[in-house]
Design a protein around this ligand. Structure first.
Ligand SMILES: Cc1ncc(COP(=O)(O)O)c(C=O)c1O
Length: 391
């Protein structure tokens, strides 16, 4: 099909009516083993001289349909689907570094990625310099001879920091490193980093791509060579492949991605403004607000500002009171689903960090992270207003 608008493309991405008996829904291929027609074909498949399937850990037609869909939506040559967002994060990083190499990453981002980088530093001697990613020049300043990966997460979890993708990707290119972006918060509907010069993207498909809080998955995208390296080294050896059933669920989620993201963008934009005007909220972090530190950069690289908001209510006590008083927004630790989800970062996702690490990651005691769902905007505003009255 000739490439059309994102909304159209998301509905049809990965579709293969001809080879699937006209089935509108890509079939779930449960098989873990695929037969060879003869010994020569078996050899060609094992040597990757022929495209196809022979063993579940190494790929499956349903998985391939999902990979095709995400690659098309991200504007990448190739994609690789894995069992979780962290499987995608770790495969993207490990397939680009070896012992003695150096990584540059934001000092404020998804805390498990921070922990992962600490772990490979300690265990394998792959050191990371954490920088304030709001200033893209900090990446250039931290470059060393052995720097191999410039990692970005924009907008970041949970402080919604924005990094200049074009500038940092350029820094990577001129220094012989690769730029990789965690695009989970934005999704390809709002941001396509590969078109801005980045080498790879990763997603926790558990979030917006799946979109219904009913699966755990991850995807990475990029050029053929990089994606195949991730698949054939880290994927094959560490064994973090996605299951065909989950791949099918993500594909189904993607069909409504555009529709959901339009609503997430719309609701979050309105709620961010309401919170910004509220006397009990000291600060709101949302890239769509004119007062956001990198609003201009966000405007230049995003098509919409997304469904994630963070805001500060001053103290841990007020934060806990707020989340306990919400009636419609659910207190839970994930994001990106159709339902609104709220969390108190210091006592939940970032509880594993030390107070000093939390402070340097910008996680204040009163910080609330809100994943704005697709419910009615006024119902959400009312729920937040009544809960704020109780703090
Ligand atoms: C930005 C970001 N990246 C990666 C992950 C990890 O994804 P998963 O939980 O699917 O492993 C998360 C999870 O919250 C996330 O928010």
């Amino acid at each position: 099909m000739k490439k059309k608008a994102f909304q159209t493309w998301a509905v049809h991405a990965g579709e293969d009516l001809k080879n699937n008996f006209g089935s509108l829904s890509v079939p779930v291929f449960s098989a873990s083993v695929f037969a060879f027609s003869d010994a020569d074909e078996g050899a060609a498949l094992h040597n990757y001289e022929k495209e196809g399937f022979f063993y579940g850990r190494l790929g499956n037609p349903t998985q391939q349909a999902l990979e095709k869909a995400v690659a098309e939506l991200e504007g990448g040559e190739c994609a690789y689907a894995l069992a979780s967002g962290m499987a995608a994060v770790s495969a993207a990083i490990l397939s680009n570094v070896r012992s003695g190499d150096h990584i540059i990453a934001p000092d404020s981002m998804y805390s498990t990625t921070t922990l992962f980088l600490g772990e490979i530093g300690e265990r394998y001697g792959i050191e990371t310099t954490f920088v304030n990613a709001e200033d893209s020049e900090n990446y250039a300043r931290a470059i060393r001879e052995n720097t191999k990966v410039l990692w970005m997460e924009t907008p970041s979890n949970p402080t919604l920091q924005i990094t200049d993708i074009r500038r940092v990707s350029e820094t990577a290119k001129t220094n012989g490193a690769v730029s990789i972006i965690d695009n989970t918060f934005a999704t390809p509907f709002n941001q396509r980093p590969l078109e801005l010069g980045a080498d790879m993207t990763v997603h926790s498909a558990t979030k917006y791509l799946g979109g219904h809080s009913d699966l755990t998955a991850g995807v990475l995208t990029g050029n053929r060579e990089m994606v195949q390296r991730a698949r054939q080294t880290i994927g094959k050896l560490y064994g973090g492949n996605i299951s065909p059933q989950v791949a099918w669920l993500v594909l189904r989620g993607i069909k409504t991605l555009a529709l959901r993201m339009e609503r997430h963008n719309h609701n979050a934009f309105a709620i961010a403004h309401m919170l910004n005007d509220h006397p009990l909220v000291s600060e709101v972090f949302y890239p769509g607000l004119e007062g956001h530190k990198n609003h201009e950069i966000a405007k230049s690289q995003m098509n919409g500002f997304g469904g994630m908001i963070s805001f500060d209510v001053g103290t841990a006590e007020a934060g806990k009171k707020l989340v306990n008083s919400l009636e419609l927004c659910t207190l839970a630790t994930s994001l990106g689903g159709v339902e609104s989800i709220v969390q108190h970062s210091a006592s939940m996702t970032h509880a594993t960090l030390s107070p000093a690490e939390r402070a340097s990651a910008g996680i204040s005691d009163g910080l609330i992270r809100l994943s704005v769902g697709i419910e009615d905007k006024e119902d959400l505003v009312e729920d937040l207003r009544q809960a704020l009255q109780k703090i």
